[in-house]
Design a protein around this ligand. Structure first.
Ligand code: ZN
Length: 78
């Protein structure tokens, strides 16, 4: 069965990708789902891959969610 398309809106202009001339096309690499998208409204095109886990070298901006396990003495904190 074809999986439901989770990409509903253009990540560039925010318009709905439901337009018949827009395109969302799922394909697979070795281990990941990749959605190729083309937006009719702004002509943005790109690939979107769902991620299970994110690793970041930078601390997220102040005021956003705290990074669990990050010591207060981290040199990244000001
Ligand atoms: Zn767009």
């Amino acid at each position: 069965m074809w999986p439901e398309n989770p990409i509903r809106f253009c990540p560039h202009c925010g318009q709905s990708l439901d337009h018949p001339k827009s395109l969302v096309n799922l394909f697979w690499t070795a281990t990941t789902d990749v959605y190729f998208c083309w937006c009719y409204h702004c002509h943005w095109r790109g690939e979107i891959t769902p991620v299970e886990r994110v690793e970041s070298a930078e601390v997220v901006e102040e005021g956003s969610m705290a990074m669990p396990g990050l010591a207060p003495s981290s040199p990244y904190l000001h």
